[in-house]
Ligand binder design. Structure first.
Ligand SMILES: Nc1ncnc2c1ncn2[C@@H]1O[C@H](COP(=O)(O)OP(=O)(O)OP(=O)(O)O)[C@@H](O)[C@H]1O
Length: 269
């Protein structure tokens, strides 16, 4: 494990994981939300995180994304200890998260929602560069627009590019959230209930898009989702949390066959 300055984290020797939580513990007063939880996500994989209500999934996402400091344990990004870094720093270094709550700019078009998501990271000179319309600024503007268009295509949203985001039905709005999260080419993407509110057709589409992202952009994905069938169909590895601890981990088939999981989570079915 290495300590970081402001430079981007690099993969550490012997660590293939792009994101790793090791021995994480979180308490809320007398409640143990997470107890010695270790989870990792590798480049080019979808890792599913499932568990019943109150298992600790959201708390773990908060710890991974830097919203919450754990009481014990560490978080590593690219093999480097980022435990002391906040969510903005982590986002600038390749980690993106979507939330259960929608976060779109309703009055902006779908395309502009994506461009803004690129802009925040450093649009290339700020207001001064805008006013002077510097060539470097115009070039970066073209590049951002091209990237936004590329991601709209990747997510099957090209036809909605000029629609105001606030008018979209839930399923399409969720897909735009995903597009916003990936437009900056994250190394690791945390998806929090991305299929919630989606029809079966829409969640099928979502699954296809996540597969494309992993394949084409070599992104690592950690996915929390109540729709167990969706997770089992998409993830190559599944981690099951229960009462703040890791109950099981393995391929979807292994997890399905695990008796402890069946007893505690799948109702013995
Ligand atoms: N801010 C908080 N204050 C007190 N207790 C909390 C807080 N946040 C979470 N908890 C508790 O920590 C435990 C884990 O909650 P968490 O929300 O992480 O679970 P979850 O798996 O995401 O649940 P769900 O599927 O219902 O969203 C629960 O017992 C919950 O009541």
């Amino acid at each position: 494990m290495t300590q970081l300055g402001t430079e981007a984290p690099q993969a550490g020797p012997g660590s293939a994981a792009v994101l790793r939580a090791a021995h994480v513990g979180v308490r809320f007063g007398g409640i143990t939300a997470l107890d010695d939880v270790s989870v990792e996500v590798r480049p080019g994989e979808v890792c599913g995180l499932i568990g019943p209500n109150g298992a600790g999934k959201t708390t773990l996402f908060d710890v991974l994304s830097g919203i919450r400091r754990p009481d014990s344990g560490v978080v590593e990004l690219g093999g480097a200890d980022v435990s002391a870094r906040g969510p903005v720093w982590r986002a600038r270094h390749g980690m993106r998260r979507t939330f259960q709550r929608q976060q779109l700019f309703g009055r902006l078009t779908v395309l502009d929602n994506l461009i803004v998501a690129e802009e925040w990271r450093g649009g290339g000179g700020g207001i001064a560069a805008d006013l002077l319309a510097l060539p470097s600024r115009r070039r970066r503007e073209r590049e951002r627009r091209a990237r936004a268009e590329e991601v709209l295509g990747l997510c099957g949203l090209a036809e909605l590019r000029d629609v105001h985001a606030g008018t979209l039905p839930v399923g399409q709005a969720r897909m735009v959230e995903l597009a916003r999260a990936v437009v900056d080419t994250p190394r690791v993407l945390l998806l929090d209930e991305p299929a919630s509110g989606m029809s079966q057709t829409e969640s099928g589409w979502l699954g296809e898009v996540v597969r494309r992202l992993v394949e084409h952009e070599h992104c690592a994905v950690l996915l929390v989702e109540h729709d167990v069938a969706f997770v089992m169909g998409l993830a190559s590895r599944v981690v099951v949390l229960n009462l703040g601890t890791v109950l099981a981990e393995g391929t979807p088939a292994e997890v399905r066959a695990n008796q402890a999981v069946r007893d505690a989570y799948l109702g013995g079915s």
